[in-house]
Design a protein around this ligand. Structure first.
Ligand code: GLA
Ligand code: ZN
Length: 665
């Protein structure tokens, strides 16, 4: 596989929206900003295939020639994420049917039915033609299939394909009836063609609610698989012509609808688009990067970020001076080996005309944004390739699982405020604020290299999961889990015999009931050393079996019963928290947990984000200030040289808001 030997710096480039004089200007401006790559052909299907039997690559040829001549690395997209109008007109089936059951007309993008044979035929053919034509271009760095796969389709073709998918999964109609618990409300089916898709016309109540979570979760799995098949189809078409250019598609962080762990197995490299809102905590941005790195446990590409504002958020604030730079280095620190923007030149019309870009509507380089882009470009050019061969080393694994994501949020009761990513983020923050690196891992990962495995809200325990965790703990591992864990199997059917089902022996407890707390309600919690705090969201009513209590409820009718427990299980330990602990109690718990591991804090307490990427020859340490004030950097760094500015770090050196230091050892 081809490997790029320098930091890719560039972004989405749509010269097709501009005249040739502007192209010329772009080439000069981009060079000035040290941009060395361009992602092209993302939404050009209508241009390169004006009708069913006609292809016209002349403009794309010119774009490719220009970029090749000017020595840009090219990220070539396949354009299949927005359908041409003629295709809709002639073959309405290529469009999607939405959750409400409305079949869509031509419009928008991400609008293809993944199970339309006609869409598949045209998409495959387009990918193949592009690969045949451009696959041997020496400047071609990556293939970018489609764009931000996502959404859902509930059309007739999808319904038929769903039945095939189910037959393959369950084998018999009896097994399916059992898995979906169709005795409930007399929903038993006898023939495969009685099965319908779970949208608003059937079991779906809303996007978040369903009468049968088992059906809706299977639909999500199927929908994710359907789009993945689309990706694989284009990938394989490209591979017939081009054996060695890595192939990716741009993912979206904690995006709900696609099982990215499954996707990543089919991708040569993970790439993703990072669009935090003005109020997204930096810890959550970091979590998303860690998840994207975790998909393959490898560095990833940042395929898109805005140089300044967005257009599609409710409030599209400008990035403050220095923020783009700080955000870019945070991205790199968490594993990115490219920085790419959406987009290089700002559009004049349609909904993205106010979306930030490297070149603004003024058409000059004399802008604050351009200067910042250029500064980052110069710095990345100087960093060179050594950084590319490094990665984050973590002893903490935090499980992220899309089946759990879906199941937890679909389940009816006990508390509607239970949202998956918030729960993952809550526990992640403890480590983030202590600068302890975390790997986001899949549920079937081999945990043996980790000192600590965190499995919050492990609601769905699929086949093999409990055994995998048991093996880890039995061999001396430390596990943290808690409320809403061990409750259901892969079909959302409850494990009988007492919660937390297959995790009961591991946790050494029995949960008899689960109380729900409304936003204005909370329970007092008393830690064994006397510390007090509150628990919210849900409260498990816990009986100790082999575990001991670390904290108990100090209010409500279950006052005095355990709220947090620890259990010795063979050579390891299992911690369980029965309610959402406030930050300070969660810290008390995790302090205790960490003290039973060999996890060592690399840096003392600080408000700065500090994270290292280690390689065979060198270690790069990033220090970033995401606070609003100057912060003194830890003494241990005094005397070292900032790789970005070549300045020596003084004693009591203060880092300004959004400022960054990079150290190399
Ligand atoms: C997404 C898309 C881009 C663009 C940006 C705008 O990430 O992939 O085409 O629309 O959003 O933020
Ligand atoms: Zn469909």
């Amino acid at each position: 596989m081809k490997e790029i030997q320098h930091f890719l710096y560039g972004g989405d480039y749509n010269p097709n929206q501009w005249d040739r004089a502007t192209w010329k200007e772009d080439m000069v401006y981009f060079k000035d900003a040290r941009i060395n790559s361009a992602t092209v052909n993302v939404f050009s299907w209508a241009k390169i295939q004006p009708s069913e039997h006609e292809y016209d690559f002349s403009e794309l040829d010119d774009i490719m020639d220009m970029l090749t001549r000017e020595k840009y690395q090219i990220v070539l997209a396949t354009s299949t994420a927005a359908l041409p109008a003629w295709m809709f007109k002639k073959y309405p089936e290529v469009g999607r049917t939405d959750f409400e059951g409305r079949h869509h007309k031509f419009g928008q993008r991400h609008n293809a039915c993944p199970n339309s044979p006609i869409y598949q035929k045209f998409a495959r053919r387009l990918a193949s033609k592009l690969a045949e034509r451009y696959g041997d271009n020496p400047q071609l760095a990556y293939w970018h299939i489609n764009n931000e796969y996502g959404g859902e389709c509930f059309c007739e073709n999808c319904e038929k394909a769903f039945r095939v998918w189910l037959k393959d999964k369950y084998g018999t109609i009896e097994a399916l009836n059992k898995a979906w618990n169709l005795e409930f409300w007399g929903h038993t089916v006898y023939e495969w063609d009685e099965i319908v898709l779970p949208n608003a016309l059937s079991e779906g109540i809303s996007y978040e609610n369903t009468a049968f979570a088992g059906i809706s979760i299977d639909y999500r799995r199927f929908n994710s698989d359907s789009m993945l098949e689309n990706f694989k189809m284009e990938r394989d078409a490209i591979r017939e012509w081009d054996k060695d250019t890595p192939i990716t598609t741009n993912l979206m962080g904690t995006y709900r609808y696609l099982d990215y762990f499954k996707w990543a197995k089919e991708m040569d490299i993970v790439s993703w688009d990072s669009y935090p809102a003005y109020d997204t905590p930096w810890s959550e941005v970091a979590l998303r990067h860690d998840l994207m790195r975790g998909l393959k446990k490898q560095p990833f590409m940042l395929m898109e970020q805005t140089p300044s504002q967005q257009n599609w958020q409710p409030y599209n604030s400008l990035k403050k001076p220095g923020q783009l730079r700080a955000q870019s280095y945070q991205t790199i620190a968490h594993g990115a080996n490219t920085i790419q923007y959406f987009q290089l030149r700002r559009s004049i019309g349609a909904c993205e005309k106010f979306h930030g870009a490297v070149i603004a509507h003024s058409g000059t380089t004399n802008t604050r944004v351009f200067r910042e882009v250029k500064q980052i470009g110069e710095e990345l050019e100087a960093i060179g390739k050594e950084l590319l061969a490094t990665n984050i080393k973590s002893k903490v694994a935090l499980i992220f699982d899309w089946d759990n994501y879906w199941a937890l949020e679909y389940t009816s009761g006990p508390n509607k405020d239970l949202t998956y990513v918030d729960q993952i983020h809550h526990i992640y923050q403890y480590f983030y604020y202590r600068n302890i690196p975390v790997d986001l891992v899949s549920i079937d990962d081999d945990f043996s290299d980790y000192q600590l495995v965190l499995a919050p809200v492990l609601y769905m325990v699929k086949e093999g999961v409990a055994e995998n965790i048991e093996k880890y703990v039995a061999n001396g591992g430390v596990l943290v889990t808690g409320f809403m864990s061990g409750l259901v199997d892969q079909s959302d059917n409850v494990y009988l015999g007492g919660y937390p089902g297959p995790l009961r022996e591991l946790c050494g407890i029995w949960v008899e009931e689960i109380d729900a707390l409304a936003p204005e309600q909370s329970n007092q919690i008393a830690w064994k050393d006397g510390q007090t705090g509150i628990g919210t969201l849900v409260s498990d009513i816990i009986h100790l079996e082999t575990a001991e209590a670390l904290a108990s409820y100090d209010s409500n009718f279950y006052k005095g019963t355990p709220a947090v427990t620890v259990n010795d299980y063979q050579d390891g330990k299992v911690y369980y928290f029965g309610t959402e602990l406030d930050d300070s109690l969660l810290a008390t718990l995790l302090n205790e947990v960490v003290s039973h591991t060999e996890i060592e804090r690399q840096v003392p307490d600080t408000k700065l984000e500090i994270i290292s990427r280690e390689g065979k020859e060198s270690t790069f340490t990033f220090i970033i200030n995401f606070t609003n004030e100057d912060v003194q950097i830890p003494e241990m760094f005094a005397g070292q040289t900032d790789y970005l500015t070549n300045q020596t770090i003084k004693d009591q050196h203060e880092l300004a808001p959004f400022d960054v230091l990079l150290m190399k050892e």
